[in-house]
Design a protein around this ligand. Structure first.
Ligand code: DC
Length: 230
């Protein structure tokens, strides 16, 4: 049965993407990673050398963004090119936050989210999934952690990807993104009404997953609903 939605919002490094993926796998839902769509759009503008925020808004229609599911996960494409790896570079990470502030860009991503939700049961993660995009979601989470812990996690990821960086650089970049994400004219990061708030600072991945799963089971079993289909 398509149409069930769980949202997970939170700042960068709060663990929401990891949790969204694991939760989707455990429940048989599709993981919709809205940040990946913003990243693909930013990658297009980066490659095209489009730097002016007015152009980002005006030219969103020409971005050949495509989103598909592979093994229950979102895979993003620009035309026929799968860009799942390239959207994770530092250059894209730094450009994506301002790009995602443009309202026409947000509309484009939200339309894709709605299209996915009409086809699949979703675990959707991002900054505004529970507030703007799926305000009627059956279950909403908001994950958070201290800035230092979030930066430590990101540093680990960045080093694993082979980027030469350090804790102070990652913390400063994160501060700039947090600031941007919280101050967008539309779709700014905030705790959705009715969300279960989880501070993951001192929790392991397994502990967080078990907590989220317990809420999901309670919510969906209470409805007498079985597991989702892909
Ligand atoms: O979660 P992420 O780091 O992949 O997100 C990339 C950027 O996209 C991030 O700077 C904030 C933005 N974003 C957003 O504005 N709204 C969302 N729903 C998801 C991401």
């Amino acid at each position: 049965m398509a149409g069930r939605v769980i949202t997970i919002d939170g700042p960068a490094g709060s663990g929401k993407s990891t949790m969204a993926r694991l939760l989707a796998d455990a429940l048989g839902f599709v993981h919709f990673d809205s940040g990946a769509l913003y990243r693909a759009i930013a990658l297009y503008y980066l490659r095209a050398g489009i730097e002016d925020p007015e152009e980002w808004a005006a030219r969103i229609g020409e971005v050949p963004l495509r989103v598909e599911t592979r093994d229950g996960r979102t895979s993003v494409m620009l035309g026929d090119e799968v860009v799942d790896g390239e959207i994770r570079t530092a250059a894209v990470s730094n450009l994506v936050s301002p790009v995602s502030a443009a309202t026409p860009v947000r509309r484009r991503v939200n339309a894709e989210a709605a299209r996915f939700a009409s086809r699949f049961d979703l675990v959707a993660d991002g900054r505004d999934m529970g507030t703007v995009v799926f305000p009627d979601a059956q279950l909403k989470f908001y994950l958070d952690a201290t800035p230092e812990e979030r930066a430590r996690r990101r540093l680990k990821d960045e080093l694993a990807r082979g980027r030469k960086t350090d804790f102070e650089t990652v913390l400063a970049e994160q501060r700039a993104r947090d600031e941007n994400d919280r101050n967008k004219p539309w779709g700014a990061l905030r705790v959705p009404e009715g969300a279960v708030v989880v501070d993951t600072t001192d929790m392991s991945v397994r502990e967080v997953l078990e907590l989220l799963l317990a809420h999901a089971r309670e919510r969906f079993e209470a409805d007498g609903e079985g597991e989702g289909e892909r």
